[in-house]
Design a protein around this ligand. Structure first.
Ligand code: KIV
Ligand code: ZN
Length: 528
Protein backbone atom coordinates (compact mmCIF):
# COMPACT_ATOMS: atom_id res chain seq x y z
CA UNK A 1 0.00 0.00 0.00
CA UNK A 2 1.31 3.42 -0.86
CA UNK A 3 1.46 6.07 1.81
CA UNK A 4 1.02 8.76 -0.82
CA UNK A 5 -1.70 11.35 -0.53
CA UNK A 6 -2.09 13.69 -3.46
CA UNK A 7 -4.71 15.88 -1.79
CA UNK A 8 -2.56 16.92 1.16
CA UNK A 9 -1.01 20.27 0.17
CA UNK A 10 1.33 20.23 3.15
CA UNK A 11 2.84 16.90 2.25
CA UNK A 12 6.35 17.12 0.76
CA UNK A 13 6.96 14.12 -1.48
CA UNK A 14 10.33 12.47 -1.13
CA UNK A 15 11.82 11.37 -4.46
CA UNK A 16 14.84 9.21 -3.81
CA UNK A 17 17.54 9.16 -6.49
CA UNK A 18 20.16 7.08 -4.63
CA UNK A 19 19.95 4.40 -7.31
CA UNK A 20 20.20 6.84 -10.25
CA UNK A 21 22.03 10.11 -9.49
CA UNK A 22 23.63 8.50 -6.41
CA UNK A 23 24.82 5.52 -8.39
CA UNK A 24 26.57 7.95 -10.75
CA UNK A 25 29.04 8.89 -7.99
CA UNK A 26 32.61 8.01 -8.94
CA UNK A 27 33.50 4.45 -8.03
CA UNK A 28 29.97 3.32 -7.18
CA UNK A 29 28.75 0.39 -9.15
CA UNK A 30 25.91 -1.56 -7.56
CA UNK A 31 24.87 -4.95 -8.85
CA UNK A 32 21.19 -5.81 -9.38
CA UNK A 33 20.75 -7.60 -6.03
CA UNK A 34 22.25 -4.68 -4.11
CA UNK A 35 19.91 -2.32 -5.97
CA UNK A 36 16.87 -4.44 -5.09
CA UNK A 37 17.95 -4.65 -1.45
CA UNK A 38 18.33 -0.86 -1.28
CA UNK A 39 15.03 -0.29 -3.12
CA UNK A 40 13.21 -2.58 -0.63
CA UNK A 41 14.72 -0.61 2.24
CA UNK A 42 13.69 2.69 0.58
CA UNK A 43 10.14 1.34 0.45
CA UNK A 44 10.35 0.53 4.18
CA UNK A 45 11.67 4.02 4.78
CA UNK A 46 8.51 5.38 3.15
CA UNK A 47 9.87 7.34 0.20
CA UNK A 48 7.20 8.38 -2.30
CA UNK A 49 9.26 7.81 -5.44
CA UNK A 50 12.27 5.63 -6.20
CA UNK A 51 14.23 6.74 -9.24
CA UNK A 52 15.52 3.28 -10.04
CA UNK A 53 17.92 4.10 -12.86
CA UNK A 54 18.53 5.19 -16.43
CA UNK A 55 17.43 2.21 -18.54
CA UNK A 56 18.89 3.31 -21.89
CA UNK A 57 22.37 3.52 -20.32
CA UNK A 58 23.05 -0.22 -20.50
CA UNK A 59 21.29 -3.61 -20.45
CA UNK A 60 22.40 -3.97 -16.80
CA UNK A 61 20.70 -0.69 -15.85
CA UNK A 62 17.59 -1.70 -17.76
CA UNK A 63 17.33 -5.07 -16.00
CA UNK A 64 17.84 -3.58 -12.55
CA UNK A 65 15.09 -1.00 -13.14
CA UNK A 66 12.79 -3.69 -14.51
CA UNK A 67 13.35 -5.91 -11.46
CA UNK A 68 12.72 -3.05 -9.05
CA UNK A 69 9.53 -2.15 -10.95
CA UNK A 70 8.32 -5.74 -10.59
CA UNK A 71 9.51 -6.55 -7.07
CA UNK A 72 9.25 -3.35 -5.04
CA UNK A 73 5.80 -2.32 -3.88
CA UNK A 74 4.53 0.92 -2.38
CA UNK A 75 6.51 3.79 -3.88
CA UNK A 76 6.22 5.07 -7.43
CA UNK A 77 9.01 3.56 -9.53
CA UNK A 78 10.55 6.06 -11.88
CA UNK A 79 12.99 5.72 -14.79
CA UNK A 80 15.07 8.48 -16.33
CA UNK A 81 15.09 9.32 -20.04
CA UNK A 82 16.69 12.10 -22.05
CA UNK A 83 14.23 13.92 -24.26
CA UNK A 84 14.84 11.40 -27.01
CA UNK A 85 12.47 8.76 -28.37
CA UNK A 86 14.68 5.66 -27.72
CA UNK A 87 15.28 6.78 -24.12
CA UNK A 88 11.57 7.22 -23.43
CA UNK A 89 10.83 3.81 -25.00
CA UNK A 90 13.49 2.16 -22.84
CA UNK A 91 12.26 3.92 -19.69
CA UNK A 92 8.71 2.77 -20.28
CA UNK A 93 9.68 -0.80 -21.13
CA UNK A 94 11.66 -1.02 -17.90
CA UNK A 95 8.93 0.29 -15.56
CA UNK A 96 5.74 -0.78 -17.24
CA UNK A 97 5.13 -3.62 -14.76
CA UNK A 98 5.27 -1.36 -11.72
CA UNK A 99 2.10 -0.66 -9.73
CA UNK A 100 2.97 3.04 -9.99
CA UNK A 101 5.19 3.78 -12.97
CA UNK A 102 6.63 7.20 -13.73
CA UNK A 103 8.73 8.35 -16.70
CA UNK A 104 11.14 11.17 -15.92
CA UNK A 105 12.33 12.98 -19.04
CA UNK A 106 14.71 15.92 -19.09
CA UNK A 107 16.37 18.45 -21.36
CA UNK A 108 18.80 21.31 -20.66
CA UNK A 109 17.53 24.87 -20.81
CA UNK A 110 20.72 26.86 -20.15
CA UNK A 111 22.44 28.48 -23.13
CA UNK A 112 25.76 27.04 -22.00
CA UNK A 113 24.36 23.49 -22.25
CA UNK A 114 22.38 24.22 -25.41
CA UNK A 115 25.42 25.64 -27.19
CA UNK A 116 28.23 23.44 -25.88
CA UNK A 117 26.71 20.19 -24.67
CA UNK A 118 23.73 19.55 -26.92
CA UNK A 119 25.01 21.78 -29.77
CA UNK A 120 21.52 22.78 -30.84
CA UNK A 121 19.16 25.73 -30.37
CA UNK A 122 16.45 26.95 -27.99
CA UNK A 123 13.96 26.05 -30.73
CA UNK A 124 15.20 22.43 -30.61
CA UNK A 125 14.75 22.41 -26.83
CA UNK A 126 11.13 23.54 -27.12
CA UNK A 127 10.46 20.83 -29.72
CA UNK A 128 12.33 18.16 -27.73
CA UNK A 129 10.42 18.93 -24.53
CA UNK A 130 7.06 18.78 -26.31
CA UNK A 131 7.82 15.56 -28.16
CA UNK A 132 9.29 13.69 -25.20
CA UNK A 133 6.55 14.59 -22.72
CA UNK A 134 3.87 13.73 -25.31
CA UNK A 135 5.56 10.39 -26.01
CA UNK A 136 5.91 9.60 -22.31
CA UNK A 137 2.31 10.61 -21.63
CA UNK A 138 1.07 8.22 -24.30
CA UNK A 139 2.63 5.42 -22.25
CA UNK A 140 2.14 6.55 -18.70
CA UNK A 141 -0.15 8.84 -16.71
CA UNK A 142 2.60 9.99 -14.36
CA UNK A 143 5.26 11.98 -16.24
CA UNK A 144 7.97 14.12 -14.70
CA UNK A 145 9.78 16.73 -16.73
CA UNK A 146 13.09 18.39 -15.74
CA UNK A 147 14.83 21.45 -17.12
CA UNK A 148 18.46 20.52 -16.62
CA UNK A 149 20.77 23.35 -15.47
CA UNK A 150 17.66 25.45 -14.80
CA UNK A 151 19.34 27.72 -12.28
CA UNK A 152 21.84 28.95 -14.90
CA UNK A 153 19.08 29.36 -17.51
CA UNK A 154 17.09 32.35 -18.62
CA UNK A 155 14.02 32.16 -16.41
CA UNK A 156 11.60 33.32 -19.10
CA UNK A 157 12.81 30.67 -21.54
CA UNK A 158 12.71 28.00 -18.80
CA UNK A 159 9.12 29.02 -18.06
CA UNK A 160 8.23 28.66 -21.74
CA UNK A 161 9.69 25.13 -21.79
CA UNK A 162 7.91 24.20 -18.55
CA UNK A 163 4.58 25.52 -19.87
CA UNK A 164 4.92 23.24 -22.90
CA UNK A 165 5.61 20.26 -20.62
CA UNK A 166 2.49 21.05 -18.58
CA UNK A 167 0.45 21.45 -21.78
CA UNK A 168 1.58 17.97 -22.88
CA UNK A 169 0.52 16.46 -19.57
CA UNK A 170 3.54 16.49 -17.26
CA UNK A 171 2.37 15.81 -13.69
CA UNK A 172 5.59 16.92 -11.99
CA UNK A 173 7.96 19.68 -13.13
CA UNK A 174 11.42 19.61 -11.65
CA UNK A 175 13.75 22.62 -11.56
CA UNK A 176 17.29 21.31 -11.04
CA UNK A 177 20.27 23.17 -9.71
CA UNK A 178 22.39 20.74 -11.71
CA UNK A 179 25.79 22.24 -10.92
CA UNK A 180 25.09 23.28 -7.32
CA UNK A 181 25.45 26.96 -8.17
CA UNK A 182 22.38 28.70 -6.84
CA UNK A 183 21.75 30.20 -3.39
CA UNK A 184 18.58 29.89 -1.30
CA UNK A 185 17.43 33.47 -2.00
CA UNK A 186 18.15 33.18 -5.71
CA UNK A 187 16.37 29.81 -5.97
CA UNK A 188 13.30 31.22 -4.20
CA UNK A 189 13.22 34.12 -6.67
CA UNK A 190 13.66 31.70 -9.60
CA UNK A 191 10.55 29.77 -8.49
CA UNK A 192 8.55 32.98 -8.03
CA UNK A 193 9.52 34.29 -11.48
CA UNK A 194 8.93 30.92 -13.10
CA UNK A 195 5.40 30.72 -11.74
CA UNK A 196 4.65 34.29 -12.78
CA UNK A 197 5.81 33.57 -16.38
CA UNK A 198 4.11 30.16 -16.50
CA UNK A 199 1.04 30.21 -14.19
CA UNK A 200 0.04 26.71 -15.35
CA UNK A 201 2.88 25.44 -13.08
CA UNK A 202 0.48 25.99 -10.20
CA UNK A 203 -1.52 23.02 -11.52
CA UNK A 204 1.30 20.49 -11.25
CA UNK A 205 3.65 19.36 -8.50
CA UNK A 206 6.85 21.39 -8.52
CA UNK A 207 10.07 19.67 -7.58
CA UNK A 208 13.60 20.57 -6.47
CA UNK A 209 16.79 18.73 -7.36
CA UNK A 210 19.88 20.38 -5.88
CA UNK A 211 23.53 19.43 -6.05
CA UNK A 212 25.93 20.15 -3.22
CA UNK A 213 28.92 21.76 -4.95
CA UNK A 214 28.80 24.76 -2.59
CA UNK A 215 27.38 22.80 0.33
CA UNK A 216 23.93 24.32 -0.17
CA UNK A 217 21.93 21.37 -1.51
CA UNK A 218 19.76 20.96 1.60
CA UNK A 219 19.38 24.73 2.15
CA UNK A 220 18.45 25.28 -1.50
CA UNK A 221 16.00 22.35 -1.51
CA UNK A 222 14.37 23.77 1.59
CA UNK A 223 14.16 27.23 -0.04
CA UNK A 224 12.45 25.61 -3.04
CA UNK A 225 9.97 23.88 -0.74
CA UNK A 226 9.17 27.15 1.01
CA UNK A 227 8.66 28.67 -2.46
CA UNK A 228 6.03 26.05 -3.24
CA UNK A 229 7.79 22.87 -4.38
CA UNK A 230 6.18 19.73 -2.96
CA UNK A 231 8.71 17.18 -4.15
CA UNK A 232 12.35 16.99 -3.07
CA UNK A 233 14.80 14.89 -5.04
CA UNK A 234 17.47 13.61 -2.73
CA UNK A 235 19.74 10.66 -2.01
CA UNK A 236 20.70 8.65 1.03
CA UNK A 237 23.92 10.02 2.57
CA UNK A 238 23.72 12.79 -0.04
CA UNK A 239 25.53 10.69 -2.66
CA UNK A 240 25.42 11.77 -6.29
CA UNK A 241 27.37 13.40 -9.09
CA UNK A 242 30.49 15.28 -7.87
CA UNK A 243 29.74 16.68 -4.37
CA UNK A 244 26.43 14.83 -4.38
CA UNK A 245 22.75 15.58 -3.98
CA UNK A 246 20.57 16.90 -1.19
CA UNK A 247 20.85 14.38 1.63
CA UNK A 248 17.54 12.59 2.22
CA UNK A 249 18.04 12.15 5.94
CA UNK A 250 18.87 15.83 6.45
CA UNK A 251 15.94 17.26 4.49
CA UNK A 252 13.54 14.72 6.04
CA UNK A 253 14.62 15.65 9.58
CA UNK A 254 14.65 19.36 8.77
CA UNK A 255 11.04 19.12 7.62
CA UNK A 256 10.10 17.06 10.67
CA UNK A 257 11.98 18.96 13.38
CA UNK A 258 10.95 22.44 12.17
CA UNK A 259 7.33 21.64 11.36
CA UNK A 260 6.55 24.49 13.78
CA UNK A 261 7.98 26.94 11.20
CA UNK A 262 6.46 25.65 7.96
CA UNK A 263 3.63 23.27 8.85
CA UNK A 264 4.88 20.70 6.34
CA UNK A 265 5.53 16.98 6.67
CA UNK A 266 6.77 13.96 4.71
CA UNK A 267 5.79 10.29 4.75
CA UNK A 268 9.25 9.20 5.87
CA UNK A 269 9.48 6.70 8.70
CA UNK A 270 12.46 8.44 10.25
CA UNK A 271 13.26 5.45 12.51
CA UNK A 272 14.56 3.72 9.36
CA UNK A 273 17.01 6.52 8.48
CA UNK A 274 20.11 5.26 10.32
CA UNK A 275 19.71 1.73 8.99
CA UNK A 276 19.16 2.92 5.41
CA UNK A 277 22.24 5.10 5.67
CA UNK A 278 24.35 2.14 6.90
CA UNK A 279 23.02 -0.10 4.15
CA UNK A 280 23.83 2.40 1.40
CA UNK A 281 27.24 3.12 2.89
CA UNK A 282 28.09 -0.60 2.97
CA UNK A 283 26.88 -1.27 -0.54
CA UNK A 284 28.54 1.76 -2.11
CA UNK A 285 31.77 1.84 -0.11
CA UNK A 286 31.09 5.53 0.64
CA UNK A 287 31.94 5.88 4.31
CA UNK A 288 29.69 8.30 6.23
CA UNK A 289 31.73 11.03 7.92
CA UNK A 290 31.40 10.76 11.73
CA UNK A 291 30.13 14.34 12.09
CA UNK A 292 27.53 14.01 9.30
CA UNK A 293 24.22 15.55 10.35
CA UNK A 294 21.53 13.07 11.43
CA UNK A 295 23.30 9.79 10.55
CA UNK A 296 27.00 10.33 11.40
CA UNK A 297 28.34 8.16 14.25
CA UNK A 298 28.82 11.33 16.33
CA UNK A 299 25.56 13.02 15.40
CA UNK A 300 24.29 12.34 18.93
CA UNK A 301 27.60 12.11 20.83
CA UNK A 302 28.59 14.76 23.35
CA UNK A 303 32.23 15.39 24.14
CA UNK A 304 32.28 18.50 26.27
CA UNK A 305 31.59 18.03 29.97
CA UNK A 306 29.13 20.90 29.96
CA UNK A 307 27.09 19.31 27.16
CA UNK A 308 27.20 15.84 28.75
CA UNK A 309 26.11 17.27 32.06
CA UNK A 310 23.28 19.19 30.40
CA UNK A 311 22.00 16.17 28.44
CA UNK A 312 22.06 14.00 31.56
CA UNK A 313 19.92 16.55 33.36
CA UNK A 314 17.57 17.18 30.44
CA UNK A 315 18.21 15.82 26.92
CA UNK A 316 16.79 18.89 25.20
CA UNK A 317 19.48 21.17 26.66
CA UNK A 318 21.84 20.18 23.85
CA UNK A 319 19.83 17.90 21.54
CA UNK A 320 17.21 19.00 19.01
CA UNK A 321 16.38 15.43 17.98
CA UNK A 322 16.17 12.18 19.90
CA UNK A 323 18.55 9.51 18.59
CA UNK A 324 15.68 7.02 18.67
CA UNK A 325 13.73 9.18 16.19
CA UNK A 326 16.26 8.38 13.46
CA UNK A 327 16.75 4.75 14.50
CA UNK A 328 20.05 5.15 16.32
CA UNK A 329 19.00 2.86 19.14
CA UNK A 330 19.32 -0.51 17.45
CA UNK A 331 22.22 -1.79 19.51
CA UNK A 332 20.36 -3.76 22.14
CA UNK A 333 21.20 -7.43 22.52
CA UNK A 334 18.93 -9.55 20.36
CA UNK A 335 20.49 -13.01 20.28
CA UNK A 336 22.69 -15.16 22.45
CA UNK A 337 25.26 -17.71 21.41
CA UNK A 338 22.81 -20.60 21.87
CA UNK A 339 20.06 -19.06 19.75
CA UNK A 340 18.82 -21.29 16.96
CA UNK A 341 17.88 -20.78 13.32
CA UNK A 342 14.28 -19.83 14.17
CA UNK A 343 15.36 -17.16 16.63
CA UNK A 344 17.72 -15.75 14.00
CA UNK A 345 14.98 -15.76 11.35
CA UNK A 346 12.57 -14.00 13.77
CA UNK A 347 15.15 -11.40 14.75
CA UNK A 348 15.96 -10.73 11.11
CA UNK A 349 12.28 -10.41 10.24
CA UNK A 350 11.81 -7.89 13.03
CA UNK A 351 14.65 -5.93 11.46
CA UNK A 352 12.92 -6.08 8.08
CA UNK A 353 15.09 -8.74 6.42
CA UNK A 354 13.13 -11.59 4.90
CA UNK A 355 15.86 -14.23 4.75
CA UNK A 356 15.02 -17.81 3.84
CA UNK A 357 16.45 -20.99 2.33
CA UNK A 358 20.12 -20.94 1.42
CA UNK A 359 20.51 -17.27 2.44
CA UNK A 360 19.23 -18.14 5.93
CA UNK A 361 21.59 -21.12 6.16
CA UNK A 362 24.51 -18.91 5.22
CA UNK A 363 23.44 -16.14 7.60
CA UNK A 364 23.07 -18.73 10.39
CA UNK A 365 26.54 -20.13 9.75
CA UNK A 366 28.05 -16.64 9.91
CA UNK A 367 25.99 -15.84 13.02
CA UNK A 368 27.33 -18.94 14.77
CA UNK A 369 30.92 -18.08 13.78
CA UNK A 370 30.49 -14.62 15.23
CA UNK A 371 28.53 -15.74 18.29
CA UNK A 372 31.35 -18.17 19.17
CA UNK A 373 33.80 -15.27 19.30
CA UNK A 374 31.65 -12.47 20.68
CA UNK A 375 30.00 -12.18 24.07
CA UNK A 376 26.91 -10.50 22.66
CA UNK A 377 25.43 -10.43 19.16
CA UNK A 378 23.55 -7.17 18.73
CA UNK A 379 21.10 -5.99 16.11
CA UNK A 380 23.87 -3.92 14.54
CA UNK A 381 26.09 -7.02 14.32
CA UNK A 382 23.28 -9.00 12.72
CA UNK A 383 22.64 -6.27 10.21
CA UNK A 384 26.34 -6.23 9.25
CA UNK A 385 26.48 -10.03 8.97
CA UNK A 386 23.36 -10.19 6.84
CA UNK A 387 24.38 -7.45 4.47
CA UNK A 388 27.79 -9.08 4.23
CA UNK A 389 26.15 -12.39 3.31
CA UNK A 390 23.68 -10.82 0.92
CA UNK A 391 26.56 -9.32 -0.94
CA UNK A 392 27.84 -12.79 -1.80
CA UNK A 393 27.22 -13.37 -5.48
CA UNK A 394 27.16 -16.80 -7.08
CA UNK A 395 29.12 -15.53 -10.08
CA UNK A 396 31.82 -13.69 -8.19
CA UNK A 397 35.23 -14.21 -6.63
CA UNK A 398 35.24 -15.27 -2.99
CA UNK A 399 37.83 -15.65 -0.28
CA UNK A 400 37.68 -19.40 0.36
CA UNK A 401 40.48 -19.77 2.89
CA UNK A 402 43.51 -17.85 4.13
CA UNK A 403 46.41 -18.12 6.50
CA UNK A 404 48.81 -15.40 7.57
CA UNK A 405 52.02 -16.15 9.44
CA UNK A 406 53.49 -13.18 11.21
CA UNK A 407 56.17 -12.72 13.84
CA UNK A 408 58.15 -9.75 15.13
CA UNK A 409 61.37 -10.83 13.43
CA UNK A 410 60.24 -11.86 9.96
CA UNK A 411 58.10 -10.45 7.18
CA UNK A 412 54.49 -11.71 7.35
CA UNK A 413 53.55 -14.27 4.70
CA UNK A 414 49.99 -14.87 3.51
CA UNK A 415 48.57 -17.86 1.68
CA UNK A 416 45.08 -17.70 0.17
CA UNK A 417 42.60 -19.77 -1.77
CA UNK A 418 40.20 -17.72 -3.88
CA UNK A 419 37.06 -19.18 -5.44
CA UNK A 420 36.81 -17.94 -9.03
CA UNK A 421 33.46 -17.08 -10.68
CA UNK A 422 33.43 -20.38 -12.59
CA UNK A 423 33.86 -22.29 -9.34
CA UNK A 424 37.52 -23.36 -9.47
CA UNK A 425 39.90 -22.51 -6.68
CA UNK A 426 43.05 -20.46 -7.31
CA UNK A 427 45.90 -20.44 -4.80
CA UNK A 428 48.36 -17.65 -4.14
CA UNK A 429 50.94 -16.55 -1.61
CA UNK A 430 52.97 -13.46 -0.87
CA UNK A 431 54.91 -11.58 1.74
CA UNK A 432 54.25 -7.97 2.65
CA UNK A 433 55.25 -5.15 4.98
CA UNK A 434 52.33 -6.08 7.20
CA UNK A 435 49.73 -8.87 7.31
CA UNK A 436 47.14 -6.80 5.43
CA UNK A 437 49.52 -6.01 2.61
CA UNK A 438 50.56 -9.68 2.50
CA UNK A 439 47.00 -10.95 2.13
CA UNK A 440 46.21 -8.35 -0.55
CA UNK A 441 49.29 -9.34 -2.57
CA UNK A 442 48.48 -13.03 -2.14
CA UNK A 443 44.98 -12.41 -3.55
CA UNK A 444 46.51 -10.69 -6.60
CA UNK A 445 48.91 -13.60 -6.95
CA UNK A 446 46.02 -16.10 -6.89
CA UNK A 447 43.82 -14.23 -9.35
CA UNK A 448 46.56 -12.92 -11.67
CA UNK A 449 44.83 -9.53 -11.53
CA UNK A 450 46.46 -6.11 -11.13
CA UNK A 451 44.89 -3.29 -9.17
CA UNK A 452 45.94 -0.20 -7.25
CA UNK A 453 44.70 0.18 -3.65
CA UNK A 454 43.05 3.61 -3.45
CA UNK A 455 41.35 3.48 -0.07
CA UNK A 456 41.35 1.24 2.97
CA UNK A 457 39.08 1.95 5.95
CA UNK A 458 38.64 -0.10 9.09
CA UNK A 459 35.72 0.53 11.43
CA UNK A 460 34.00 -1.26 14.28
CA UNK A 461 30.33 -2.20 13.90
CA UNK A 462 29.77 -1.68 17.65
CA UNK A 463 31.89 -0.69 20.63
CA UNK A 464 33.79 -3.19 22.79
CA UNK A 465 37.00 -5.16 22.39
CA UNK A 466 35.27 -8.07 20.69
CA UNK A 467 33.46 -5.81 18.18
CA UNK A 468 32.98 -6.94 14.61
CA UNK A 469 35.42 -5.17 12.32
CA UNK A 470 34.13 -3.74 9.07
CA UNK A 471 36.58 -3.01 6.27
CA UNK A 472 36.07 -1.03 3.07
CA UNK A 473 38.53 -1.35 0.19
CA UNK A 474 38.53 0.79 -2.95
CA UNK A 475 40.58 -0.46 -5.91
CA UNK A 476 41.40 1.07 -9.26
CA UNK A 477 42.51 -0.46 -12.55
CA UNK A 478 42.19 0.57 -16.21
CA UNK A 479 40.53 3.86 -15.28
CA UNK A 480 37.79 2.13 -13.27
CA UNK A 481 37.19 2.21 -9.53
CA UNK A 482 35.28 -0.34 -7.45
CA UNK A 483 34.74 -0.95 -3.78
CA UNK A 484 34.14 -3.96 -1.57
CA UNK A 485 33.33 -4.52 2.10
CA UNK A 486 34.05 -7.33 4.51
CA UNK A 487 32.90 -8.02 8.06
CA UNK A 488 34.54 -10.31 10.62
CA UNK A 489 35.76 -10.43 14.21
CA UNK A 490 39.21 -10.92 12.61
CA UNK A 491 40.35 -7.75 10.88
CA UNK A 492 42.70 -9.62 8.50
CA UNK A 493 39.80 -11.80 7.37
CA UNK A 494 37.53 -8.74 6.97
CA UNK A 495 40.29 -7.06 4.94
CA UNK A 496 40.74 -10.11 2.72
CA UNK A 497 37.01 -10.41 2.10
CA UNK A 498 36.71 -6.71 1.31
CA UNK A 499 39.66 -6.88 -1.08
CA UNK A 500 38.34 -9.91 -2.96
CA UNK A 501 34.93 -8.25 -3.33
CA UNK A 502 36.39 -5.00 -4.58
CA UNK A 503 38.48 -6.95 -7.07
CA UNK A 504 35.48 -8.97 -8.14
CA UNK A 505 33.42 -5.81 -8.66
CA UNK A 506 36.29 -4.29 -10.60
CA UNK A 507 36.70 -7.31 -12.88
CA UNK A 508 32.93 -7.69 -13.24
CA UNK A 509 32.56 -4.00 -14.05
CA UNK A 510 35.30 -4.18 -16.68
CA UNK A 511 33.70 -7.19 -18.33
CA UNK A 512 30.27 -5.54 -18.38
CA UNK A 513 31.76 -2.26 -19.55
CA UNK A 514 33.60 -3.92 -22.42
CA UNK A 515 30.46 -5.74 -23.51
CA UNK A 516 28.38 -2.61 -23.31
CA UNK A 517 30.97 -0.07 -24.41
CA UNK A 518 29.15 1.07 -27.51
CA UNK A 519 25.90 2.07 -25.78
CA UNK A 520 27.10 2.93 -22.29
CA UNK A 521 29.89 5.33 -23.26
CA UNK A 522 27.79 7.25 -25.73
CA UNK A 523 24.96 7.64 -23.25
CA UNK A 524 26.94 8.32 -20.06
CA UNK A 525 28.75 11.19 -21.75
CA UNK A 526 25.42 12.98 -21.80
CA UNK A 527 24.15 11.88 -18.42
CA UNK A 528 23.49 14.71 -15.90
O1 KIV B 1 21.24 17.24 -11.93
C1 KIV B 1 20.33 17.15 -12.77
O2 KIV B 1 19.96 18.10 -13.45
C2 KIV B 1 19.72 15.84 -12.97
C3 KIV B 1 18.47 15.80 -13.80
C4 KIV B 1 18.37 14.60 -14.66
C5 KIV B 1 17.27 15.92 -12.92
O3 KIV B 1 20.16 14.87 -12.40
ZN1 ZN C 1 21.40 15.52 -10.61
Amino acid sequence: MSNQDNTDVNRVHIFDTTLRDGEQSPGISLNASEKIEIAQQLARLGVDVIEAGFPIASPGDFEAVERIAREVHGPTICALARAQAPDVDAAWNAIKDSERPRIHTFISTSDIHIEHQMRNTREDVLKGARASVAQAKAYCEDVEFSTMDATRSDVEFTAEVCAIAVEEGATVVNIPDTVGYTTPAEYTKFFEDLISFAPSLKDVRLSVHCHDDLGLAVANSYAGVLAGARQVECAINGIGERAGNCSLEEIAMLIKVREDVHGLHTGINTKELARTSRMVSRATGYVVQPNKAVVGKNAFAHESGIHQDGVLKERETFEIMDATEVGFDSNQLVLGKHSGRHALKDALEQMGFAVDGEALNQAFKRFKDVADKKKQVTALDLEAIVSDEMRERPQSHDLDWFEVQASSDSEPVAKVRVKLPEGEIAEGSSGGDGPVEAIFSAILDATGAAAELREYHVGAVTGGEDALGEVTVVLRADGRTASGQGVSTDIIEASGRAYVRALSNLLDGSAIAEAEEATADAVKEHTP
